[in-house]
Design a protein around this ligand. Structure first.
Ligand code: 8YV
Length: 345
């Protein structure tokens, strides 16, 4: 055997061993090309967006060991088709698209991307709060439509944000990042409602003494702005309804940057149409994309956004890289640090 053949023979078992470790991955929402290449270097990759090619997605599921993507519900019915599945790596922090009980039952790892999007989502939500209060979109449209008013009547005025009271419903990492902007940047008085008070001295010392834990009715009665930052669970679905909006301070503004289905949208519409609430800024909706038939789309008191909380170049990339790291670690048998505890339904 010549030297080259000897070297080839020596390498052969290693190569075939590596080949045997190759698994099948479905990328079900676009990822940056370099992240797809990272997965391809180790595994077989099928790129298929179920929103565009559902049949192809169904066809690929039985062979899949890993799924990576976001914004598509993976129901128990779909998961049942993926009998070899080891990991779902979501490029999102929210996990409401996944059947957690089924993933738990089958010991399929679910990874997500907490941490890397907190500041970006907080920028969006606080920006939406200011835009809604100062009527940026409406005023910008006047200029675009050639309707810059000769006289700027009181009917076109907004309301101040700085120095007022903000009530946070949901006070996790993103909620705290919003509260930092409010308390430290806009000198707002911040109330937050959670089941247990947060240990700010240890968890967010810069906020210690600046944020007050409040019971819900007190928060709603005192806040000029109420921001919903709840994840969607059985306990939070429809939590913000008629009683909730009815308990808000008359003329207050409601912002939602968590999940749309935590709000009862009919109740919100009634509170807006009756004038009880001054306005709402919404980045999330019960059904997305928001249907053309939804009155929230064109309501004069609503500033709607198309779920852009984390949508910056930098943050979407960071989410894609973390989701790819998670997928590759999980497929190599290592439990990623940002696995979601699926027992926690
Ligand atoms: C994105 C989100 O819409 O992370 C989440 O849970 O809601 C947003 O960051 C989603 O991840 C789409 O990629």
């Amino acid at each position: 055997m010549d030297k080259c053949s000897q070297a080839r023979a020596a390498r052969a078992p290693v190569l075939s061993a590596t080949r045997n470790l190759m698994k099948n991955v479905i990328v079900f929402k676009a990822l940056p090309a370099d992240q797809i290449e990272r997965i391809r270097a180790e595994h077989h990759v099928v790129l298929v967006d179920p929103k565009i090619a559902l049949e192809d997605f169904h066809r690929a599921l039985p062979e899949a060991h890993g799924l990576i993507g976001a914004s598509y519900p993976l129901t128990a019915e779909l998961l049942a088709k993926a009998s070899r599945l080891e990991v779902v790596s979501s490029a999102s922090v929210g996990v409401d698209n996944y059947d957690l009980a089924e993933l738990h039952r089958r010991s399929i790892l679910l990874c997500h991307t907490p941490g890397v999007l907190d500041e970006t989502v907080a920028d969006t939500v606080f920006g939406l709060l200011v835009a809604t209060s100062r009527r940026f979109v409406e005023m910008s449209n006047l200029v675009r439509e050639g309707k810059w008013p000769q006289e700027f009547g009181d009917d076109l005025l907004g309301v101040d944000v700085h120095g007022r009271t903000l009530g946070m419903i949901g006070f996790g990492r993103i909620g705290q990042a919003i509260a930092r902007r409010a308390a430290l940047g806009f000198r707002m008085n911040v109330l937050y409602h959670t089941r247990h008070a947060v240990d700010l001295d240890n968890d967010a010392p810069e906020l210690a003494g600046k944020e007050t834990h409040a019971v819900l009715h007190e928060l709603l009665a005192k806040s000029d702005f109420v921001v919903g930052m709840l994840s969607l669970t059985d306990a939070t679905r429809g939590m913000m309804g008629t009683d909730f909006f009815g308990a808000m301070k008359p003329g207050a503004i409601f912002i939602n940057g968590g999940r749309g289905a935590t709000v009862c949208e009919d109740a919100l519409l009634s509170a807006l149409s009756s004038g009880r609430l001054r306005a709402a800024g919404l980045d999330v909706f019960a059904k997305e994309p928001l249907g053309l038939e939804s009155p929230l789309r064109t309501h004069a008191r609503v500033t709607p956004l198309p779920h852009i909380g984390s949508a910056t170049i930098e943050t979407r990339r960071a989410m894609a890289v973390l989701a790819t790291n998670n997928l590759l670690q999980a497929l190599s048998g290592v439990r990623p640090a940002t696995c979601y505890d699926t027992a926690n339904v």
